[in-house]
Design a binder for this molecule. Structure first.
Ligand SMILES: [Zn+2]
Length: 397
């Protein structure tokens, strides 16, 4: 057996669109879908065609134009939703229905007002109804993490018999703990008798800040598909963030030993596009794609990184497609170019400080081939600090 591959299912356009205040138009959705295909996701969940005509059109557009990737559409376990999904996906290169029904007692009792037997029957009936209308059928047991494990096993085994290719185990309300969720995935893998050849999928929400941890735990325990969104957007506190799951798998390849189809160099572009089109700015300390994710503040850290990045960096900005800004500044740069760059970075130095910072910069440029923004900040901040302590010294003298 070769190296195991994780299937990346992106639901930025479906669960991500359930972010409060976010409403993509059809053109935004198409633009994001093209970028997701470029990023290398395996499946794009394009929307929920039965929800509105707009959503139907958006899914159809993506299925018509975005190729080289599976296009999924969501629907409830009712014929109308399945029919709408099927006609929206008609021209998809590879189509997937994502059909769901809740399985937890709390949802059965208060939302569906159905018994377990009724839910089981409905699930099987609708998977059978969908069979042949799509290339693949994914069945989701909504609120799986709060469902009785043995009932879940029973539902999964019967929908697999009915024709489901992928079974999804959502932590719909972000309630599970990493070890517990991993154990659930393992329980399903070990107890669903016809699980061989079926993809087990993790879908985690971030209500307790554990969506990524839970997704990784699921992967460790046998999940072969992970459902993610760009920047972690989604219903309430959001979903597992694509960039965090992927960079964890990459940075700790030694630990997971898994491969995936994502071109990490497209992560930054994708994140920026989604942030622009949703109007949702990232917190500066957001892992991987936040503005501060690769900035070092402490002087000790800066010294370390300038000497060798491995001292304090476990990833390189280039890995996610951030082009290191070299400013075309090097040892041949003059004082004016340097001064301009310093101002562009937001510093306002006295002539004395500029002279000193420039001297330090020349010194550094002699030792280092490429000068990046971080280097400039470093010499400038060191200079400011020296001048301040000098002034303080004078005041005390
Ligand atoms: Zn969800």
């Amino acid at each position: 057996m070769g190296v195991k591959r994780v299937i990346v299912f992106d639901t930025t356009l479906r669960d991500g669109e359930q972010t409060p205040g976010v409403n993509f138009n059809s053109r935004d959705k198409l633009e994001i879908a093209y970028q997701l295909a470029k990023l290398g996701v395996d499946v794009i969940e394009a929307g929920f065609p039965a929800a509105s005509n707009g959503d139907f059109e958006a899914v159809k557009n993506i299925a018509d134009y975005v190729k080289g990737v599976t296009i999924a559409a969501m629907g409830r376990a009712v014929k109308e939703d399945i029919d709408r999904a099927s006609s929206a996906l008609k021209n998809a290169e590879k189509s997937r229905l994502h059909v769901f029904i809740a399985t937890s007692d709390i949802h059965l009792q208060y939302k569906l007002k159905m018994t377990r037997d009724e839910v089981l029957k409905k699930a099987v009936e609708m998977v059978k109804y969908a069979r042949g209308k799509f290339d693949e059928i994914e069945f989701s047991a909504e609120d799986a993490s709060r469902t009785d494990w043995d009932f879940l096993v029973k539902v999964f085994s019967e929908v697999i018999d009915a024709g489901a290719h992928i079974i999804n185990v959502p932590d719909t309300v972000g309630y599970a703990m990493p070890r517990e969720y991993g154990e659930l995935i393992r329980y399903i893998r070990n107890n669903v008798p016809n699980i061989d050849g079926v993809i087990i999928s993790a879908h985690c929400h971030n209500d307790l800040g554990l969506a990524v941890a839970n997704s990784l735990s699921a992967i460790e325990n046998g999940a072969t598909q992970v459902e993610v969104t760009v920047n972690g957007i989604g219903e309430r506190a959001g979903n597992a963030a694509m960039e965090e799951v992927i960079m964890a798998l990459n940075t700790r390849k030694d630990y997971f030993g898994l491969v995936h189809g994502i071109n990490t160099k497209e992560i930054y572009n994708t994140s920026k596009l989604v942030s622009e089109l949703t109007g949702i700015k990232l917190q500066p300390n957001k892992a991987i794609v936040g503005a501060n994710a690769f900035r070092h503040q402490s002087g000790i850290h800066q010294h370390g990184v300038i000497n060798n990045r491995l001292t304090y960096e476990i990833m390189r900005p280039e890995d996610i497609g951030v082009v290191p800004d070299t400013f075309a500044l090097g040892k041949l740069s003059g004082r004016n170019a340097f001064e301009l760059k310093v101002r562009q970075l937001g510093y306002n130095l006295s002539p004395g400080e500029i002279s000193e910072a420039f001297r330090k910069f020349k010194d550094l440029a002699d030792r280092k081939k490429t000068i990046v923004e971080e280097d400039i900040r470093f010499v400038v901040e060191e200079t400011i600090e020296e001048f301040r302590s000098f002034r303080e010294g004078e005041a005390w003298a």
